[in-house]
Design a protein around this ligand. Sequence first.
Ligand code: 5GP
Length: 172
Amino acid sequence: MPTIRPLYTEAQIAHRIKELGAQIRKDHGDAPITFIGVLKGSFMFLADLVRAVDGDATIEFLGVASYHGGTHSSGVVQITQDLRSSIEGRHCVLVEDIVDTGLTMDYLLRMLEVRGPKSLRVASLLDKPENREVEVRVDYAGFTIPNEFVVGYGLDLGELYRNLPFIGVYQP
Ligand code: 5GP
């Protein structure tokens, strides 16, 4: 029977997201911010993060598939849903659940930069730097974690566990 060893509680996540939200607003002054959530993993983080940011914000989604149901990155990034609006001239924050090898983020940043945003920063709930294959900047990282496979709070394994309110390590 697989078990999930709790890593961060709901309360710890909520507290950290409030800090990230305040920092994001501070860094952008009064400017409107476009938050770009990377589906599906970031949906819960995005929902809580935007509520922790005061002032004007708009929400966009990017659909990306990279894992195909396993626990190891395929290194192939597939766009399953593009943005519905232009980001030209806008301050943007790309919102990810986790940066692991960095391949997904690297690909997305290149793809978005050419669309001419005024600024483009990265918020990731989790950062797993041990496994990095390409250098990517994470401007706002919730928690830095060791190289273990985590689920919950939006993160899945084979589409399961996204609904867990906490983050835990999957133990097969
Ligand atoms: P990267 O391209 O940085 O290797 O991986 C990014 C994507 O892989 C994340 O958006 C996430 O969907 C998935 N991923 C990486 N590590 C984990 C993990 O520990 N747990 C889960 N559920 N997904 C992960």
